[in-house]
Design a protein around this ligand. Structure first.
Ligand SMILES: NC(=O)c1ccc[n+]([C@@H]2O[C@H](COP(=O)([O-])OP(=O)(O)OC[C@H]3O[C@@H](n4cnc5c(N)ncnc54)[C@H](OP(=O)(O)O)[C@@H]3O)[C@@H](O)[C@H]2O)c1
Length: 215
């Protein structure tokens, strides 16, 4: 697959590594060109200067902090019409009692409003960057949950998730992104509050071993 990754931080680097190792072609951007150039040099991805030019691929991964997502969406909107755009983002804030999450629409649903002609897909958010480069933890293959409304875009992303070694799970429509963001939130909070090493990940025991399909 021909993939653009917008963002070259923890997630951008990890997914560029996994995707190139799996034989995919990757273009990568960042706010500071030197950050994307460094990841490109490490992974065999190709650095592209502008987000809009990078997004001229089959699939686009938005690996930026969600605070930057609306402005990036405005830049790539024309280039991503009719294509899968993967939202990896998570959300949390620190309140008086510690980490909190709101119960409003998911980041993915908000991104879909900013990219009405694209097929927004939620994926990779429940996996820490440390696990995105290695799908096995304690000898257990982690799950890669995928939620989307467009069946063709979802099938493409399930295949991508499978290609880098995760058990790809169809989590249902894009509205399920709210649960996927909560699932990630719990793992983040457990690591942050207990001083864990950010290696833990989700595997749904008892689910079929093949790619599951939600009703
Ligand atoms: N870290 C994790 O384990 C993890 C796991 C799952 C999901 N997520 C989610 O993944 C997203 C990225 O997290 P991260 O940890 O990778 O963040 P990060 O390390 O801070 O990296 C963010 C990247 O986004 C780039 N960026 C910001 N604004 C941009 C713009 N307008 N155009 C192009 N690039 C831009 C930054 O560029 P510069 O490098 O030039 O600053 C940076 O490379 C977040 O939404 C997070 O919730 C993170």
């Amino acid at each position: 697959m021909d993939i653009a990754i917008i963002g070259a931080g923890n997630v951008g680097r990890a997914l560029a590594t996994s995707f190139t190792q799996a034989g995919h072609t990757v273009r990568i951007t960042a706010q500071h060109p030197e950050h994307a150039q460094a990841v490109a040099a490490e992974t065999g991805a190709r650095w592209i200067e502008s987000n809009a030019a990078a997004a001229e691929t089959d699939i686009v991964v938005l690996a930026v902090p969600f605070a930057s997502a609306e402005s990036v969406a405005a830049e790539i909107r024309g280039a991503v019409a009719g294509k899968p755009v993967i939202d990896v983002s998570n959300r949390m804030a620190y309140g008086a009692e510690g980490p909190t999450i709101d119960n409003g629409p998911s980041n993915a649903e908000r991104l879909a409003e900013w990219l009405p002609e694209a097929s927004v897909v939620k994926a990779f958010n429940t996996l820490f960057a440390s696990n995105q480069v290695d799908p096995n933890v304690d000898g257990i293959q982690l799950d890669g949950f995928v939620a989307a409304d467009d069946p063709t875009a979802k099938a493409t992303v399930l295949e991508l998730v499978d290609s880098i070694g995760f058990r790809a799970i169809d989590a249902g429509p894009l509205a399920r992104a709210q649960q996927l963001e909560q699932l990630a939130f719990l793992n983040i909070v457990l690591n942050a509050t207990n001083g864990w090493s950010w290696q833990s990940g989700w595997r749904l025991a008892g689910a079929p071993t093949a790619v599951a399909s939600a009703a």
